[in-house]
Design a protein around this ligand. Structure first.
Ligand SMILES: [Zn+2]
Ligand SMILES: [Zn+2]
Length: 157
C-alpha cells in the first residue's frame, strides 16, 4: 500500500533523522518474529516496512550512523544501521528479490516515526506475521486476522 503524506522519524537521542517521501509504496509491511530480528532490535517482534531506497532519506546525523553485517559472505546479508550515540536501530539496507527482480530496499521502523497518527494510519498497518515458528510470544494472542507464516513466505511473481 502507498503512503499518502511524507513521514519523518528519528532515533532516541534525535540526532539521526530520516524522511520517507510522500506516495511511497510500502512493499513489505508486517511483523517478523525471527530470532535475528528479536536480538538485533531487542524486542519481541519487529514491525518492518520495506520501501525502495530512493524513497528514504537520512536528513540528519548521517555521520553518527554505524552499521553491522552479520553474515557478509551470504547472499542474504544485509546492513543493520544504528545511531552510534544512543544505539537506536534506524533502518536496514538489503537487496531483496521481489518477483524475480533484485531491488535495493530500506527496511525501517514505524515505531520511529514522529507523528503517531501517521504510524497508526491505514497505509502503515501491517499485513502479515512471518517466522511465527521462532516467536517467543503466544501468536494466538494477536487477534488481528492477519496471515501467519511459520517462516519467510514466497513472494509474488
Ligand atoms: Zn541517536
Ligand atoms: Zn526477522
Amino acid at each position: 500500500m502507498n503512503t499518502k503524506d511524507a513521514a519523518s522519524g528519528h532515533c532516541y537521542c534525535e540526532s539521526v533523522t530520516f524522511k520517507i517521501r510522500e506516495n511511497t509504496e510500502l512493499l513489505l509491511n508486517g511483523y517478523c518474529h525471527c530470532s535475528d530480528c528479536r536480538r538485533a532490535n531487542a524486542c519481541n517482534l519487529y514491525h518492518y516496512v520495506y520501501l525502495k531506497e530512493e524513497d528514504f532519506e537520512i536528513t540528519g546525523g548521517e555521520d553518527l550512523l554505524s552499521w553491522y553485517v552479520k553474515d557478509a559472505d551470504t547472499s542474504d546479508s544485509f546492513r543493520r544501521y544504528f545511531c552510534s550515540k544512543c544505539g537506536t536501530r534506524t533502518h536496514n539496507f538489503r537487496i531483496v528479490d521481489i518477483g524475480g527482480k533484485p531491488e535495493r530496499l530500506i527496511g525501517t521502523f514505524p515505531s520511529l516515526l514522529g507523528d503517531l497518527e501517521v504510524a497508526k494510519s491505514e497505509a502503515w498497518r501491517p499485513t502479515e506475521h512471518i517466522f511465527t515458528s521462532e516467536s517467543i510470544l503466544n501468536v494466538n494472542l494477536f487477534n488481528d486476522g492477519l496471515p501467519r507464516h511459520p517462516a519467510m513466505p514466497t513472494r509474488g511473481s
